[in-house]
Write a protein that binds this ligand. Structure first.
Ligand SMILES: [Zn+2]
Length: 237
């Protein structure tokens, strides 16, 4: 049996309540305002461990970022919600996510992959063959260039990829769009951007994609771009 969790709204204890979250499903559904006050604090605490702002910023004297759906307005000396943009002495400075400064890890993921999108992915099914896939079935012998971006516009407490926060905090590993695009060789038939939501590093992803697509077209190779995103605001009022 799991550890007993206790709801800070109604006081109920149960193994079905997350001890970390501290609020029960009934209170989430029926008293969302109170439940959100509890969860906001848990989010803030978990982000504080990585020096990330507790919530999207809205400083009336700040500078608007405009990169992702959170649209932080950042005051002097503060960092945006993603940790990759800062207001330094009144100037908006992008610490990551520009074409020169992608914060990411990458690897070759053999096709067919175990991706949640496998059932419509041409690399797993051959859908779109012969224009968008090399084989009329799983693209055995080819690989996906998996790009794990190290920052996020959201803050899921139980994120399976939570360690992206180390990348956001350390601003590393750092890689230019040009270097990343050079990893697309004749065995790569798709690039998948995930992480961390890729939207906060969109300029880097766009530049990488353009460079890689241009080269693929020149060499008459197939190249697909896969964008795993959840373009919504972080869950704060
Ligand atoms: Zn409750």
């Amino acid at each position: 049996m799991g550890k007993l969790g206790r709801c800070k709204v109604c006081g109920k204890s149960s193994p079905l309540i997350s001890s970390r979250l501290g609020v029960c499903i009934e209170c989430i559904r029926e008293k969302p305002e109170k439940a959100l006050m509890v969860s906001d604090n848990v989010h803030a605490e978990s982000r504080g461990a990585f020096n990330l702002p507790s919530r999207p910023l809205s400083d009336p004297d700040g500078i608007r970022c405009g990169m992702c759906a959170n649209d932080c307005v950042i005051g002097v000396g503060k960092k945006g919600y993603c940790g990759l943009v800062a207001n330094i002495n009144g100037h908006l400075v992008r610490l990551g996510g520009t074409p020169e400064r992608g914060i990411l890890e990458w690897y070759y993921d053999d096709l067919p992959t175990n991706c949640v999108a496998w059932w419509f992915c041409p690399g797993c099914t051959g859908k779109g063959y012969p224009r968008y896939a090399y084989r009329d079935g799983p693209e055995i012998g080819y690989a996906n260039l998996a790009v794990f971006y190290g920052a996020c516009s959201l803050d899921c407490l139980f994120c399976q990829n939570w360690h992206y926060r180390y990348n956001s905090q350390r601003l590393s590993p750092l890689m230019s769009a040009e270097d990343l695009a050079s990893k697309v060789n004749s065995h790569v038939s798709c690039i998948c951007y995930f992480g961390g939501d890729p939207s906060v590093q969109m300029p880097h992803a766009l530049k990488t994609s353009r460079l890689a697509m241009e080269k693929a077209e020149e060499e008459h190779r197939i190249l697909r771009i896969c964008w795993e995103t959840a373009p919504v605001k972080a869950p704060f009022s």
